[in-house]
Write a protein that binds this ligand. Sequence first.
Ligand code: SAH
Length: 261
Amino acid sequence: MKTVSPKKKLGQHFLTDLSIAEKIAKTLTFDSFDRVLEIGPGMGVLTQYLPWKENKVSLIELDSESVLYLQAAYPSMVGSIHEGDFLKIDIPTLMGTEQFAIIGNFPYNISTQIVFKTIENRAQIPFFSGMFQKEVAQRICEPPGTKKYGILSVLTQLFYEVKYEFTVLPGVFNPPPKVDSGVISLKRKVDFSLDCNEKLLFKVVKMSFQQRRKTIRNSLKTLGLSKDLTEDSIFDLRPEKLSGADFIALTNKIEHGQLST
Ligand code: SAH
């Protein structure tokens, strides 16, 4: 079968080392979900290690050449191979209302957006694993107080237990990417709701980290908060000092005028 020629604009770096594909697939442990959605399967190197023989796997791939390849390589899967953009699809249309896991060797150009879409749809996504560029994988897993701790770390860790699984070097891809890669897994927390106004929390986190060297008081100035409110010492801190729970408390303070701890 004619293989797919990698296209740069689609972030295509095909994995060539089967043992790594198998290792990534093994990070998926089946307990709290019935189906798996693989994002960006390409020529299916990872797909072959997923439990598709039990009709548990759906694929979404943007590249029509890859879709044709997959249809020919996995004829029994044809009904589960969808051509489309993961960032644009409506999750319930594709997956119904079931609980499902996400897996992939993701296109690195949209990796943070994949995580944000997962967070938005967390009520249906109890598990997530896959490969990112190492920098992004590390940022997701970073604890408070460290240099790389940021918006992605706070928001992901509010809802998921994060685990950095392993690093993958460029030589096992065609073509090799310029950066190292990292595999992570996310397991949804038992309580994945928020004790605060979610929209406001996301806004506060984003504004705080936009100027990460400034105090929260400075970064949130444009919210027009009263002096009384911002007297609290939490406003003296830089954002990297705040855990997800601290951001929830801060959001509640901003909304209700008091710290809820
Ligand atoms: N999983 C394969 C391919 C990884 S490269 C492997 O490991 O070899 C990333 C893949 O994501 C490519 O096949 C690319 O076409 C696909 N892709 C890029 N943007 C996408 C999007 N928005 N939605 C779904 N798939 C996308």
